[in-house]
Design a protein around this ligand. Structure first.
Ligand SMILES: [Fe+2]
Length: 298
């Protein structure tokens, strides 16, 4: 892919607990990343108008965009759904990019939308409520590469896919995740949003070797990193975005930036339910720690 020219620095993923922090602490972050699907109500593919922005949402984003660069991190595309490719969602992202001029936009290498057999004739869908991993094989590679090409043709903005977290392993895959991502980037022109916490989660739950993963992944395609924390649930370590960044992820950040100093951005993400734990000082402290590491290597 064409790596975006602009290095952004350290940024923050927006959530409903953050508007006050964004207004009062603009010096702690270099850019904002928004999840567009959380800013509007999607009333369904057959309803016009389909998308309704939540109260004040677009006004807040336009004001914030006047002060800082912005990234778009979608959760609604479900690019790995074999039977669904939602061009209406792509059109809506293009419209939002025209309003906010994103430096780049991204989604997840996963699927979450399935046709509802009982309502398929009306375009009915089911949602899995969690992003599920795609099998890493040639057929899926071709399916997703073709969709990436359509997205890139439609939205005049670089497009990244994020490595997914998974809680059950897919047996007998043709490729490893780094191999699949390398080929996808080569074949489709997308870039990688490497979520270091997702990698850490998969290492803890499934014994994935972080060292081999980072050695096998072609880091030249990595544009952005995500940092987050998680917690234990029912014998799994989860990607819950609870509280501060998990301690081993800080080491991974330093290691990755040392190996790939061309990376354009490092984003801290947390769930709004952790705001009472982090509070304003805790958010500022995470951003400061990320910045110290960023400035050492980038
Ligand atoms: Fe992430």
């Amino acid at each position: 892919m064409r790596i975006p020219g602009q290095k952004l620095g350290v940024g923050l993923l927006l959530n409903p607990a953050l508007p006050q922090f964004v207004e009062s602490h603009p010096d702690t972050f270099d850019y904002l990343e928004l999840i567009p699907d959380r800013e509007w109500a999607d009333r369904g593919v057959n309803i016009t108008p389909r998308y309704l922005f939540l109260d004040q949402s677009l006004d807040f984003l336009l004001r914030a965009r006047e002060r800082k660069p912005m990234l778009c991190h979608s959760i609604g595309l479900s690019i790995g759904s074999a039977a669904i490719f939602d061009t209406g969602h792509v059109d809506q992202l293009r419209w939002l990019d025209e309003q906010l001029a994103f430096a780049w936009h991204s989604d997840h290498l996963s699927f979450s939308r399935l046709p509802d057999a009982l309502a398929a004739a009306e375009g009915g869908e089911m949602h899995t409520a969690i992003a599920l991993p795609v099998p890493y094989d040639q057929e899926v590679l071709e399916l997703i590469a073709e969709r990436v090409a359509r997205i890139r043709a439609s939205i005049d903005c670089p497009f990244l896919l994020e490595n997914n977290v998974y809680y059950a392993e897919t047996p007998d895959q043709e490729m490893s995740e780094p191999e699949f991502l390398n080929r996808l980037c080569q074949d489709s022109g997308c870039g990688i949003l490497l979520d270091l916490h997702n990698l850490h989660v998969n290492a803890r739950n499934h014994g994935v070797s972080v060292e081999s993963y980072l050695r096998d992944l072609d880091l030249r395609h990595v544009v952005e990193l995500h940092l987050a924390g998680g917690d234990e649930l029912l014998g799994f370590y989860t990607d819950s975005h609870a509280g501060p960044v998990a301690e081993p992820v800080w080491d991974l950040l330093a290691e990755t930036l040392r190996a790939a100093p061309w990376i354009r951005a490092v984003t801290f993400e947390f769930h709004e339910s952790s705001y009472p734990l982090l509070k304003i000082d805790g958010i500022a402290a995470e951003l400061k720690r990320a910045r110290r590491i960023w400035e050492r290597y980038c």
